[in-house]
Design a protein around this ligand. Sequence first.
Ligand code: NAD
Length: 269
Amino acid sequence: MPNRLTYKVAVITGASSGIGRAIALAYHREGAFVVCSDIREGSRNEHSGETDISTHEAILKDGGKAIFVKADTSKAEEVEALIKKAVEEFGRLDIMVNNAGIAIEAYNPQPIWEYSEDSWDRTLAVNAKGVYLGCKYASAQMMKQEPHGNGDRGWIVNLASMLGLVGTPKNTGYCASKHAVMGMTKVIAWDCAPYRIHCNAICPGYVGTAMTASVFADSEFRTRLEKMHPFRGLGEPEDIARTAVFLASEDCSWITGIGVPVDGGYTAM
Ligand code: NAD
């Protein structure tokens, strides 16, 4: 079912790596024009440790339309400029994927009494405030635009986590930030519904990316994690990208304000 996003303009934050890169490439394959944004342009291959061709270059090489815009999602002026640049370049904004995120806990897990204020501040700044800023500036642009043929003006997709639905030890800031993403997704869905702007979230289980490389390096822990996902061990970025395509397409015509667990059954435990 290709071409579900033909001529739609999509901004993806954190597009240089892992899940964001997979979403950008999937959107391109579905016909979208892609604005790849990140704090760094090159893409690190978590398996080889080498730097891959950057995401927007990979799309251009494949005959698609894409640009790279450097932006730190925790800074309001940079997110506002990112949306402005997307509209200058492609004329409108149809899809906003708030994917950029950090997980300090992946390499430094601490119980609450050891969890530093700095880790809390940095995590909430990117994972919660960054998503809020992306939703704010994207929705402000989308609501000004002419609707598509089916009446929809835009699609916002937020990357939460299964840890936005359940808890786990030694993950205070990450879990709190992802629960915040779930909360704001529901509120933004209400605020934006009169303008026919969808706002949904994806709640991935453990996926093999740069973010989880240090977690998976411990083979005993990795095996334990795999067993906690009843379906088939750990996920691939493309598992998440498939859901991100659906949530940005006209196939989700009457869906807004939800978080879709794409977690191999983890949260069904
Ligand atoms: P990743 O580390 O591979 O990629 C994250 C990207 O975000 C990187 O390219 C990084 O440069 C960028 N980034 C970090 N801070 C940024 C900032 N302030 N502004 C702009 N870009 C920034 O991670 P991933 O696994 O692909 O994670 C993507 C999203 O999915 C994150 O929100 C993460 O929390 C979420 N998630 C991941 C998993 C998993 O197991 N990998 C599970 C659940 C949720």
